[in-house]
Design a binder for this molecule. Sequence first.
Ligand SMILES: *Cc1c(COP(=O)(O)O)cnc(C)c1O
Length: 398
Amino acid sequence: MQQDHTSASQWELETLAIRAGHQRTHEQEHGEPIFPTSSFVYGSAAEAAAKFSGETPGNVYSRFTNPTVRTFEQRLAAMEAGERCVATSSGMAAILATALALLQSGDEIVASRSLFGSTVSLFDKYLGKFGITTRYVELSDLEAWEAAMTPATRLLFAETPSNPLSELVDIAALAEIAHRHNALLAIDNCFLTPALQKPIALGADLVIHSATKYLDGQGRAIGGAVVGRDKELEEVFGVVRTCGPCLSPFNAWIFTKGLETLNLRMRAHCENARLLAEWLEGHPAVARVHYSGLATHPQHALASRQQRGYGAVLGFEVKGEREAAWSVIDATCMLSITGNLGDVKTTITHPATTTHGRLSQTQKDAAGITEGLIRVAVGLEAMEDIRADLARGLDALG
Ligand SMILES: *Cc1c(COP(=O)(O)O)cnc(C)c1O
């Protein structure tokens, strides 16, 4: 292996995305290689013993470390300005590994109410079984976070901006609350990615990713990652190494190549989302648009301060109930009707009956998930075509 040529700390984000983490082998390859191997061999019994004991660093088994996975981890760690990254088999595995590594029975999590559905199930149904309890608070309400803290609180967990209503929390202020109570702050940075938001630089301790979304950006693979300090990440690594939710080399390679175009893609996603949000806001059939890039968004100033861009997931409410929302969705020909997001292909969803369908009416009301709400994760097709596809149903509503 050629010496790591990343002088990571001096490079800009755009450069890190393309150059960080690649250690060229003696083959002098230009692109990042894939190492599809389960295990590694040694030159001698003594070398094997030293590698196994950890006395000499190096690869033993791909559940522990793999060079292709390490390239992805080092590149993402550099981009998120974290000391270390541990890749996982999915975004959910990243959250599970973090919880197993850092929490124990009797500990409490304080989390935002507007979390990814499976994250809520993980916290309530599975962590709950082991005596870890979670309280949910309004994402943007710092006083509610403060009030929910107890001496047992070990972890604060938030997604910002939220899905699908684009609500935000002030990450720096939340980190201050967490640290004052000796707790850690984890931010799920799926929707903005390090191209648009750097939670660690704002004071967060851990960043969680579903690489499945924008890091890949083309809907090809499932994967995840945790980024943070060496201290906590060593524990997360221990869980992944022992319990097994490791990332495959092939998926790691896909994500590494995805990172190379992340900055460009996110910029283009944001531009399309802004144009669509502005157009929707002016459409007579649209009652409300939820997008932090709009000057009318209640937290637009915070979004402008904390983010390098506003992301590409937006919600809008049509005038009328479920029937009206469904008619707009069913009138599309090009947009993909799916719950997924973070893809070059634009996706459209009716949250009340899909992603948030399991919530009770009271929970939906509290979360602002109305029957007229539609979520669009804006892709990279031509804006004229995205608009035309939505106009068909919206114009019919009058
Ligand atoms: C998709 C998603 C996850 C879960 O990631 P998987 O890769 O599907 O396991 C977690 N958080 C957010 C915000 C997501 O959108």
